[in-house]
Design a protein around this ligand. Structure first.
Ligand code: EPZ
Length: 429
């Protein structure tokens, strides 16, 4: 298994291109199941999760073609995928595939809406918590699907098609909002989704569905109205920039000091995180190219924050902020409100010398002057990258194990950081 070796202590300087958002690309690819015609997606990041979803969609009969790099295009240009679900050959998403990537459960909405049936494995728990799918099932039931659970599979049936309805979520869920939105696009009549997730990735998927012919209002707010249609059509859509990748590299620069332009990044996708970084003593400026992040030699000011659904501070940046605050001048508090078990990075950060203790859902981080390199490993994507951030400022060498987690969600991480002066390399095998 590959590892990443980092020698800490170098300031980052230069430009980091921001890739297309993983968490928009995945549901956008799934949306291809809604139409017999071809969906073309540009700016798709080259990630292990994208490749795995290509394979999963292929299993349902989706023909996925990857356009090769065009002359003059840099390696930073995202890939173009053409997805054509002319014929759905299989409405089952098997356990061995869904268990590898939870978001593949989301095929359930388009499959039942278009084919009148879907048999999708329950995803099971994962390293960041229990993560049930009850809200997805409630939404499909509201739209008229019959739901049964058999041998670990969810069977959803709607032989006469889905019917528009009012869906009110008791808690904000990104995935369940995607399921409701995609299913409602092919349902007859009007659907109103209340307490919908407001994440920019929801608005991005809605923008694509609108290009495909769906009539959707309010995506990006907590009430979404959908007028369903029997057929959606071909469309072309470019994936929005990744706000979590943006925030991660902004925190890396805050950690090491330096001056980096995050090219293609959009500040309005992560205002709360950028404000926190300003509070911590980082200069953030919006430029024509993207976002410029600068910090000179001054120490970091501690912060207090709780994760929350968008527009709040994202749970997907919680681990990275904790790494950063491990070197602040004082005590920080970070409360995790979205997932009950998303603190697996605490023990690994401690191996690098961070002083963190947990009080229920709150991590209390006492800043230390120095971190020291060590071998570390992590259990999920964002936890792994928090170790990279800590290692960039740690004295000596850190070896990050289980790099496959990083490959799921960060495109060319070591090249992007090395290009800005970090001493980072992948060690094969
Ligand atoms: C999405 O996961 C993201 N995944 C996650 O990113 C992100 O952490 C999360 O949203 C929160 O922002 C993708 O977009 C592919 P939720 P999702 O449904 O949709 C509970 C990353 O690192 N819940 O919004 O699965 C759930 O347990 C990943 O890129 C139910 O109780 O998250 C959690 O406590 C990790 N029942 C809360 O709601 C349900 O049916 C929010 O989860 C669904 C969710």
């Amino acid at each position: 298994m590959d590892r990443i070796r980092i020698r800490g202590g170098r300031a980052l300087k230069g430009t980091i291109p921001i890739s297309g958002a993983k968490n928009a690309a995945l549901p956008l690819m799934i949306a291809s199941l809604l139409t017999e015609e071809t969906l073309v997606l540009d700016n798709v990041p080259r990630l292990a999760d994208v490749s795995l979803l290509q394979h999963i969609l292929g299993n349902h009969g989706v023909d996925v073609t990857l356009s090769g790099k065009r002359a003059g295009e840099s390696e930073n240009t995202g890939q173009t995928l053409q997805l054509s679900a002319r014929t759905i050959v299989d409405t089952t998403a098997p356990y061995h595939l869904v268990s590898k990537m939870r978001a593949s459960f989301w095929v359930i909405g388009p499959l039942v809406a278009r084919m009148g049936e879907a048999r999708v494995s329950m995803p099971g728990g994962c390293a960041i918590g229990i993560r049930p799918v009850n809200f997805h099932l409630d939404a499909l039931r509201a739209l008229g699907a019959e739901i049964d659970i058999e041998e670990g599979y969810v069977l959803a049936r709607a032989p006469k098609g889905l019917k528009g309805a009012r869906i009110e979520f008791s808690k904000v869920s990104v995935g369940a909002t995607h399921t409701a939105l995609m299913a409602a696009s092919l349902a007859s009549g009007e659907t109103v989704i209340e307490n919908a997730a407001r994440e920019p990735e929801i608005a991005d998927v809605a923008a694509c569905l609108i290009k495909m012919g769906a009539r959707i209002e309010g995506a990006g707010t907590s009430t979404i109205r959908v007028q369903g249609d029997k057929h959606l059509r071909a469309a072309r859509h470019s994936v929005l920039p990744d706000r979590i990748e943006t925030g991660t590299y902004a925190m890396a620069v805050a950690m090491t000091g330096g001056d980096v332009v995050l090219a293609g990044a959009r500040a309005e996708l992560l205002e709360v995180a950028l404000d926190l970084l300003r509070q911590a003593g980082t200069e953030i400026a919006v430029t024509n190219e993207g976002i410029r992040v600068r910090r000179d030699g001054a120490g970091l000011t501690p912060v207090e924050v709780a994760t929350a659904p968008f527009p709040g501070f994202p749970t997907d940046l919680q681990a990275q902020l904790m790494a950063l605050m491990s070197r602040a001048r004082g005590t920080s508090k970070i409360t995790e409100t979205i997932f009950e078990n998303r603190f697996m990075h605490v023990q690994e950060l401690a191996r690098l010398g961070a002083r963190i203790h947990l009080d229920g859902e709150t991590a209390i981080i006492e800043g230390v002057e120095k971190l020291k390199g060590a071998p570390v490993m992590a259990t999920d994507l964002r936890a792994s990258v928090s170790l990279v951030i800590a290692a960039l400022a740690a004295e000596g060498e850190t070896m990050v194990h289980r790099v496959y987690h990083l490959d799921r969600g960060f495109e060319r991480l070591e090249q992007k950081l090395a290009h800005c002066g970090a001493a980072i390399e992948r060690v094969a095998g």
